[in-house]
Ligand binder design. Structure first.
Ligand SMILES: [Mn+2]
Length: 457
């Protein structure tokens, strides 16, 4: 049985941080499209259920467009069941609007309240079943939910919660989920929402917890791969293959660029360009390596095939000698073949999961890129971030440049400088009330002012 787990879509986000109004409007539509496309992916891939672990919407005020997009997608796919656990910010806005539809709430939309609700999904392929339990955390139930959780044996147990796992440090005040109290509770998969990047870990005795992260990175603070989790559950064996499916239409990528030694804006631009070329080259080298690996693997497979053929020939001999036992053996063989097919399937999926987590994120023109300038630059470096931004913005959907480089001063160079600039540098250097970074910043601003430059950065 296949199940999708997504969370934190934040539909109807304003998304104005670092984006123009036009870009933000476009991103809002793209986020809605991502939901539509995910549901279509589910339909195309025989997915029986979609778990939405909270923060489907960004807040309680939701546009008609966003509500309609979600509800029509759900209603259009009665073969998929939607298990929607509201997050702490959105409340019951979707359920209310669903009830107000002339057609009523789609029957395949299931939700959760402030007490545990349990649903059972029978495996269409036969075998066993999946139990999905969920509860909306609030101050009133925060202490009691662990004692009242019922997870029985036999079924694959999924538990949905939205909040912060205690074993992660967090500055915000979201609802807390006590990981310790969920250990040893026979949970196979803890479907979480709240953290915006993909994370997962073990949940003893045999389960896993997982945050899928947002479906799309919204702003420059949500870098990295985004998508959803695909569970392929063997209900009879009570086990699952978990695969993260990257699904974002645009990536948000952070690229550190060392600008040590650059003396002006154009040289910094070159450093950025060189970093981009280097990333592309690394990616190509990595691809070549993978290709070589594949060729080797294929050679290995061919060899194994040859060995199998020989063994098969041997088996045929034995089989020929045991004609009476054939019916019984045939049955056992059929069983083995189906197990082997299953193993092959699992192996392919594991390989796909490895491929998905690419090390080299090379930005394309579709992406949002945050360049972080690092290293050390001389105090006299002419550095205009606005111009840099302007020079790079045409190459990507959106660009942000963050200057985290340090300014260094070669005081010796100014020791004998009789000009106003030299006098200014010596004056600041002698001020005992300032630390080195502060001195560097003051001198940088002073030198800019003396040279008639506009201050920035
Ligand atoms: Mn969220």
């Amino acid at each position: 049985m296949k199940i999708i787990h997504c969370a934190d879509l934040h539909l109807d986000s304003r998304m104005t941080s670092g984006l123009t109004n036009e870009q933000a409007a476009r991103r809002r539509n793209e986020l809605l499209s991502a939901f539509v496309h995910m549901v279509e992916y589910a339909a195309d891939n025989d997915v029986q259920a979609i778990l939405i672990a909270g923060d489907l919407f960004d807040g309680k005020r939701v546009s008609a467009q966003a509500k309609n997009t979600v509800l029509e997608s759900i209603a259009a796919h009665p073969e998929i069941r939607f298990f929607y656990l509201p997050g702490n910010h959105e409340g019951d806005v979707l359920i209310r609007s669903a009830g107000e539809r002339p057609e009523g709430c789609p029957e395949n939309l299931k939700t959760f309240g402030k007490r545990w609700t349990h649903y059972e999904l029978a495996d269409e392929d036969g075998g066993g079943a999946v139990q999905i339990s969920g509860v909306v955390l609030c101050p009133e139930n925060a202490a009691t939910i662990y004692a009242t959780l019922m997870t029985g044996a036999g079924k694959y147990q999924i538990v949905m919660l939205h909040g912060q796992l205690l074993e992660y440090s967090s500055k915000d005040r979201a609802e807390i989920i006590h990981l310790g109290a969920l250990r040893g509770r026979q949970i196979d998969y803890l479907a979480l929402g709240h953290i915006h990047s993909h994370r997962e870990g073990e949940l003893p005795p045999a389960g896993f917890w997982c945050y899928p992260g947002c479906l799309e990175g919204r702003g420059f603070d949500e870098c990295g791969e985004h998508g959803f989790m695909l569970l392929d559950i063997d209900t009879a064996a009570r086990s699952a293959v978990r695969t993260f499916i990257p699904f974002a239409s645009r990536q948000v990528i952070e690229i550190p660029v060392d600008i040590t030694g650059c003396m002006n804006t154009m040289q910094i631009r070159s450093a950025i360009k060189n970093r981009l070329y280097a990333l592309a080259a690394e990616k190509q080298a990595d691809n070549a390596e993978k290709l070589a690996g594949n060729v080797e693997m294929q050679a290995g497979n061919a060899e194994k095939l040859q060995g199998n053929r020989q063994r098969l020939a041997g088996n045929a001999n034995i089989l020929a000698g045991n004609v009476e036992k054939l019916p019984g053996n045939g049955q056992r063989l059929a069983g083995n073949a189906s197990i082997q097919a299953g193993n092959a399937d699992v192996a392919v999926k594991a390989a796909a999961a490895e491929d998905g987590s690419s090390v080299f994120a090379v930005p394309t023109a579709r992406d949002m890129v945050r360049f972080v300038l690092t290293g050390e630059t001389d105090v006299e470096c002419e550095k205009n971030l606005d111009q840099l931004d302007h020079l790079l913005e045409e190459e990507f959907f959106a660009v942000r440049i963050e200057d985290r480089s340090r300014t260094v001063i070669d005081y010796d160079a100014f020791a004998l400088d009789a000009s106003l600039k030299g006098e200014f540098v010596r004056l600041v250097k002698a001020d005992e009330g300032l630390d080195e970074d502060r001195k560097a910043e003051i001198i940088r601003c002073g030198i800019c002012a003396l040279a008639g430059e506009e201050l920035n950065g």
